[in-house]
Design a protein around this ligand. Structure first.
Ligand code: MGD
Ligand code: MGD
Ligand code: MO
Length: 698
């Protein structure tokens, strides 16, 4: 905290009063912290964690405690820019807002006159705010009749799997983990990506809880657990089925809970009995004893809790894996206790008013009254390069990007770059910084940061609603996403009243008002949802049956296996002589996806793009710690720095993400080698299902 103040471009003046403004951290992270900004003389001088908000507990992560550096960064975009160089070159000239918005509106109008489905919004969770996310923007694209974006890049495999099991993305209360006696951290590097959850884990550990981490990588989190099970990527379902096998053959089951609150136990049992620990140990690349011990501990320690994060669902069988793990707590009746059960996401608890925010009723029907085209954001690489056809519809002629950096974060970057480089593609990017994606824009529009606009937030970790008040006026020259879409709407003749809703009004439209204490929310900046401490102690899952669906008939109805199974990776280790290493690309601790890569103080902590390798993989390749290496497969190659490290298990390399390409080594990043194949459920990316070869760089 101390050096934070000296790092600031803004120096506090001692004699002026300091106002404290409560807001919310906007970033894509389960913690959704309450953030207090100190404002002096109209300038934000510091952000801190709000001590009054229990989940935040007065502390922010290293990244966000430097948020003022982001807002006042010398590279912050503060004027609309029009491209003058070639696409990707990054040369722009400043233009006025009127000139930029007039030209953008005219271009979109002309494309829409042919077919509005040729226009595509591309957005994700640069801000998790309901207002600066999909409110005014969604209204605009609905009214325009643009193609719809399937927002799959992060959580839709796990989210869909959870919905097919519990009925919605719901689970344990995060704070309840403090009382657990066994905590399995499964596919999550909580210390890096869910820091405020880790505080509860430490509390439980001090009270004697046993901690087990299941992760191919020996993460900061794995190091601090009592046991680390370093399985091969994409093999979690095999492990979960073997745990079930042990629960069943030893009769460590809660028969009453199973009978009253689950569906399909007999079918699941038949499946699990085919998975003795020996079989799973071979598939997972771990010791039989680790499985036997974990099953024993899981059955005999109460309360037992599982924290999943999204890391385990980024392989072909990610949906099945999440379903398999999600079945476990019901088998031992772990849900009976608030500190038992499972948490992947709490987002399903929020009474979100999607229709009020996005206004799908305004949607202009597609030509010939067909349903609107849906483009999967994960396959943007292929789709930008696809010619018009009866099946696909028109070539994508315009992309409007906001809250996302697809050129850096989408898989198969070679194809993504090729698509964005198309000369006949009209690209608009709303951004804080000139990202890799912005380099390909025809227009870049400078957007406000969280300190400068209103918003309201759900969380996917805790269960509080968070309000973000603007702490300062927007810095000169920038506009909020909502204002940009309001002004475009006006220029395009969209006259519906909802295009004049203010941001504060939209905050009040976001959630069902009867479920939230708005007075508390406006006063404190946060307000809890009414979620029981042990939400499924007596069943009551939000499925149609009200039960935990071990067998899911909705999956059969769409031709899928209704019982969770192990689905091997597309790129199975050992299946390719040319590419003998499995690569995963989990987040670097000091970045948030590709956000913050350009904040020098944070980039300095990360150093450079790293590939962690075990000695047994490095030595035969003549690779030493610190060498620049080329990581490659059929899709492409990228350069980074090898780190010979115990964090990597043999035959798995960890390429930490997600660097801006232009700040990486030789203008590349890890997504040059990841592929566009989709998961079994949720049409999601398979970033961690990726075989590569590594060699010393030339
Ligand atoms: N500091 C930081 N925090 C973040 C983010 C960030 O980029 N940086 N990203 C945010 C976002 S967008 C999200 S979606 C969330 C969640 O982000 P996640 O993607 O869940 O990230 P992690 O918590 O790092 O958990 C992923 C872990 O899964 C491991 N893993 C990889 N493959 C497998 C597998 O097949 N099985 C198992 N069991 N484990 C596997 C990885 O080694 C890694 O440690 O975190 C958010 N928080
Ligand atoms: N190889 C690999 N690739 C990955 C992952 C991985 O683990 N491995 N993780 C994946 C995951 S989980 C995710 S969620 C995606 C994330 O991908 P994205 O959602 O694209 O996330 P970011 O890279 O953080 O980019 C967000 C951008 O939004 C901008 N932004 C923030 N706030 C605002 C605002 O208010 N207005 C506007 N206009 N812009 C704003 C930021 O400046 C930033 O450039 O990446 C995915 N890519
Ligand atoms: Mo994500």
């Amino acid at each position: 905290m101390n050096n934070l103040v000296t790092d600031l471009p803004i120096q506090p003046a001692s004699d002026l009063p300091v106002e404290l403004v409560v807001g919310a951290c906007p970033h894509d992270c389960p913690d959704t912290c309450s953030m207090v900004t100190s404002v002096q003389n109209g300038l934000a001088i510091q952000v801190r964690g709000n001590a009054a908000h229990a989940m935040t507990g007065g502390a922010l992560c290293t990244k966000v405690s430097r948020y003022t550096e982001r807002t006042y960064h010398p590279d912050r975009l503060t004027t609309p820019l029009k491209r003058v160089g070639a696409k990707g070159e990054g040369r722009f000239e400043a233009v006025s807002w009127d000139a930029a918005l007039d030209d953008i509106a005219a271009t979109l109008t002309a494309i829409a006159a042919d077919d509005p489905q040729a226009i595509l919004p591309y957005s994700y969770a640069g801000t998790m705010g309901q207002v600066q996310g999909e409110s005014m923007a969604a209204r605009f694209f609905n009214r325009l009749g643009a193609s719809k974006l399937d927002r799959t890049i992060c959580s839709s495999a796990g989210g869909t799997a959870l919905t097919h099991t519990y009925g919605a993305p719901v689970g344990m209360r995060m704070e309840a983990f403090a009382q657990s006696k066994l905590i399995i951290i499964w596919g999550s590097n909580a210390i890096a990506s869910n820091l405020h959850f880790w505080r509860h884990v430490q509390h439980a550990k001090r009270d004697g809880a046993r901690l087990v981490c299941i992760d191919p990588r020996r993460t900061e989190t794995a190091e601090k657990c009592h046991e680390h099970i370093a399985l091969l990527p994409g093999t979690d379902a095999a492990l979960a089925l073997a745990l079930m096998h042990q629960l069943i053959v030893n009769d460590w089951l809660d028969h009453a809970y199973i009978a009253q609150h689950t569906l399909g136990f007999e079918q699941l049992k038949a499946r699990a009995l085919a998975w003795p620990p020996e079989r799973a140990a071979t598939v997972c690349g771990i010791e039989v004893q680790q499985i036997v011990q974990l099953a024993h501990d899981y059955a005999h320690t109460k309360p037992a809790a599982i924290r999943l994060n999204y890391g385990m669902q980024r392989t072909r069988g990610g949906g099945n894996a999440v379903r398999a793990v999600a079945c476990l707590p019901a088998l031992i009746g772990a849900w009976r206790d608030g500190a038992g059960g499972l948490l992947l996401s709490s987002s399903g608890f929020y009474p979100k008013q999607k229709n009020a925010l996005e206004r799908p009723d305004l949607r202009r029907p597609a030509l010939g009254d067909k349903p609107s085209r849906i483009i999967n954001m994960t396959t943007i690489g292929n789709d930008l390069n696809r010619p018009a056809s009866a099946e696909f519809g028109p070539t994508i002629a315009a992309v409007v990007v906001y809250n996302s950096n697809p050129v850096a974060i989408a898989p198969d970057a070679g194809q993504v770059v090729k698509g964005f480089a198309r000369d006949d593609l009209f690209t608009v990017v709303l951004e804080h910084f000139q990202t890799d994606t912005a380099d390909y824009a025809d227009y870049i529009l400078p957007a406000t940061t969280q300190l400068e606009h209103w918003d309201i937030h759900a969380s996917y970790g805790h269960t509080d609603v968070m309000l973000n008040r603007p702490a300062i006026a927007p810095v000169d020259g920038v506009k909020s996403n909502t204002d940009i879409f309001r002004e475009l709407a006006t220029r395009m003749g969209f006259v519906e009243a909802c295009f004049s809703d203010s941001d504060e009004v939209i905050c009040k439209q976001a959630f069902l008002p009867t479920d939230i204490d708005y007075e508390a929310l406006w006063r404190d900046g946060f307000a809890p949802l009414n979620v029981a401490l042990a939400p499924f102690a007596n069943g009551g899952f939000p499925t149609e049956s009200g039960r935990c669906e071990l067998v899911c008939e909705r999956l059969s109805a769409i031709g899928q296996d209704p019982v969770p199974d192990y689905v091997p990776n597309y790129e199975l280790l050992g299946s390719s002589a040319a590419f003998p290493l499995a690569m995963i690309s989990p987040p670097a601790r000091n970045f948030l996806n590709s956000t913050f890569v350009n904040v020098k103080s944070l980039r300095d902590i990360e150093g450079e793009p790293i590939l962690e390798m075990d000695t047994s993989d490095a030595q035969p390749r003549g690779i030493a710690d610190g060498d620049v290496v080329r990581v490659f497969n059929d899709r492409g190659s990228y350069h980074c720095v090898a780190r010979i490290s115990k964090r990597a298990r043999p035959s798995v390399v960890n390429g930490l993400g997600v660097w801006w390409r232009k700040l990486g080594v030789r203008g590349t990043n890890v997504n040059d080698v990841t592929g566009q194949a989709l998961t079994d459920m949720g049409r999601a990316p398979t970033f961690y299902d990726c075989l590569v070869q590594v060699e010393l760089a030339q």
